[in-house]
Ligand binder design. Structure first.
Ligand code: GN1
Ligand code: MG
Length: 364
């Protein structure tokens, strides 16, 4: 741990953070970047900052995510000001820069670091939120969409090309099965078979979009409820975070990913598959928070939402399984076989969503 202490001391100096470095905590959620809170001894009570090491394997061009995040947060800040928001500091992220204007600092150990404001008196939920929090998650992502409805998408970089191109994800998955780099395919026969049998569902959203009835909007693309900060005492949504994958996309994926994650009756890597299912009430809660905030949603786009839940769940199952087959190079894992456990969990969830899809469509 000594080495991280000195890295944080270096970062505090580089970004000229207020006060001297006191200590840090690890924020365990997040499968890609490493996130910490860093405390300094400024004035009484001290200061806390959010410090992140950007995963350079996943985001090989960190300048592009910085450019996107700056553009988006600036835009949201302006929208909040226009709406007369009194507490802007807690409603949108702010990134710090070094004296030479850089938002990324390359530490002496080679890491790519950024510093973000820590939203005071806030909390987040890593799985199974209450119905009220689920509805507020819907409101948060609905407002996010609303704020960005007039954002110029042509200024955004595609930080991960084809991020929610499910058909491409399916092809990468079957490619991983064929290559079987680590000789693991034999241990995932049933899962591979199921995903291959669901091939058609991977193109649901693309097919709907090709009819012209689904808009390409600026979307978040990673709408887990732990990517929303809530007021710790009221549970009201404050800010949407984790903006690295904000890109042009379809709301079916944002809607679907939020329901996939927080509507699961178990956590994303639950081993006891009998605990995994879709809570239809949570689906309803999210929809009631999200849909009324969107503008200009046509019938086809509305229909795409429940399908998005199934497609994005299958997509993530295929990503976890492909990563397992490729030797766990993308998602952080906590133990051997973690990605296979995650894939099995998403598959169990997808099977339940398949059963509930008619009811989900009726509800919307
Ligand atoms: C990753 O970084 P995090 O945990 O918010 C991933 C998402 C997955 C998610 C699954 C850039 O998100 O696409 O849905 O894990 N982000 C990236 O938990 O690949
Ligand atoms: Mg995240």
């Amino acid at each position: 741990m000594e080495s991280l202490n000195s890295t944080f001391e270096e970062i505090c100096r580089a970004f000229r953070l207020k006060g001297g470095f006191l200590g840090y905590n690890v924020i365990k959620s997040g499968n890609i970047n490493d996130t910490y809170t860093v405390h300094t001894d400024y004035a009484d009570g001290g200061r806390t900052y959010l410090v992140q090491r950007i995963n350079h394997y996943v985001f090989s061009e960190p300048e592009k995510i910085i450019s996107n995040v700056c553009g988006i947060t600036e835009h949201i800040r302006r929208r909040l000001r226009e709406e007369g928001e009194p507490d802007i500091k807690r409603r949108v992220l702010k990134m710090y820069h070094t004296p030479d204007g850089s938002y990324i600092y390359r530490s002496s150990d080679g890491g790519y670091w950024r510093v973000i404001n820590y939203i005071t008196d806030s909390c987040t939920f890593n799985s199974r939120p209450t119905a009220k929090i689920m509805r507020n998650t819907g409101k948060a992502f609905g407002d996010f969409e609303r704020y960005l409805s007039d954002f110029d998408a042509s200024t955004l970089y595609e930080t991960i090309p084809g991020f929610h191109d499910s058909v491409k994800r399916f092809d990468s998955f079957t490619g991983a099965v064929d290559a079987d780099l680590c000789g693991r395919a034999g241990s995932a026969r049933a899962e591979i078979e199921y995903l291959v049998s669901m091939k058609e569902a991977f193109s649901y959203i693309r097919d709907l979009a090709s009819t012209g009835g689904v808009k390409l909007r600026v979307t978040h693309n990673d709408t887990k409820c732990n990517n929303v900060m809530f007021d710790a005492s009221t549970g009201e949504p404050l800010a949407v975070i984790d903006l690295d994958t904000v890109m042009p996309g379809y709301i079916a994926y944002d809607f679907g990913d939020a329901v996939r994650f927080a509507g699961n009756t178990a956590s994303e890597d639950e081993r006891d598959l009998s605990a995994v299912s879709l809570d239809i009430n949570m689906y309803r809660q999210f929809a009631e928070g999200y849909v009324p905030r969107l503008s200009g949603v046509g019938e086809t786009e509305l229909i795409s939402l429940p399908y998005g839940v199934l497609t994005v769940t299958l997509e993530l199952a295929s990503r976890f399984l492909a990563d397992y087959l490729n030797g766990d190079t993308y998602f952080k894992t906590a133990y051997e076989g973690h990605n296979l456990v995650r894939a099995k969990c998403q598959i169990k969830l997808a099977q339940d969503i398949e059963r509930k899809l008619p009811e989900m469509c009726r509800m919307l």
